[in-house]
Ligand binder design. Sequence first.
Ligand code: SAM
Length: 354
Amino acid sequence: MPPALDRLDRDVVRAWLTEGDGAALDALWRRADEVRRARVGDVVHLRGLVEITNFCARQCAYCGIAACAGPLPRYRMTHDEILVCARQGRDFGFGTIVLQGGEDPGLSGPFVAGVVRAIKAETGAAITLSLGERSEADLRAWREAGADRYLLRFETTDAALYKRIHPDLPGTVSDRIGQLLRMRDMGYEIGTGVMVGVPGQTWDTLANDIWTFRDYDMDMIGIGPYLADPRTPLAGTLGAELAAPPSEQVPNDELTTLKAVALTRLVCPDTNIPSTTALSILDPSAGRANGLCRGANVVMPNLTPPEYRVLYQIYPGKAAVHETADVLADKVIALVGGLGRTTGSGPGGRRGRD
Ligand code: SAM
């Protein structure tokens, strides 16, 4: 018998992560969906994603746009190009625009502040930034310019694993969480997350990651499978070296990712949780819907122009690199309607949800 779902603690989360019984898992999916409906409702918030730069100074061992991932044509979108995408998002009815990119020193603080100000003025949309670790001055300036939220996954709570997969990040995972908390003090809603199945991630680690979301009451939590990119060190000898013994190593599969999403919904009932693109890569026909039916309430349709999207391959086969933004938007809106849910039109933040 699996442990009761109404008395969750770290050990119970760990036990559920390894649960294999179909009837028990059906109960987990049902509970996650009920809690999602009761706490954040049937509205699915759409966040239009613009991948504004694939330059990255970092060496993250898993990432296909990291500096260590080999030669790659690099791009940085102009102010006007980003604005075109944001207007498109507004026209599709998206309440949030997400500006994401590599950790790019060429993306200056004033440039981003100018883009944020212009998007706010023209579209009124909420703005989420996800541009890696930046100086306190930049983060403050961006907040003052109108940015509402910041996404920075802590990636793993295992301090030793964190160091191995981020060999050049200046601090520890505690420092990264500290940066998130400072951003919250600046007035940002803060988002974090992890990949599921990174070599070296054990069941204990993943349970601890999920419990850490709860400890810090994260406003947004993104959970997707780790997808090995052959150009990166983690897909080669480093991954082989870090992998835990088979009974302890978390697999990077859809089922485990969905369990992590569902358990996260139960321990953080009113947070915003996306059904991630990486999940839809593992299961192109149903991954996104499965996430939405097992705890998720957000989707991030891609607005990046196809000629840039094809260069923002953080892992192989990143979905739909050749489809235009309007095709992607139509598909997501149809998917949400098909689940009997509605798409949100407002900002859909955790504070003042609408
Ligand atoms: N540079 C910013 C940062 O580091 O937060 C944002 C961009 S980064 C590419 C966004 C996220 O992509 C990372 O937090 C990581 O979890 C995810 N990611 C990178 N490589 C991945 C891979 N091979 N498989 C799955 N997710 C990956």
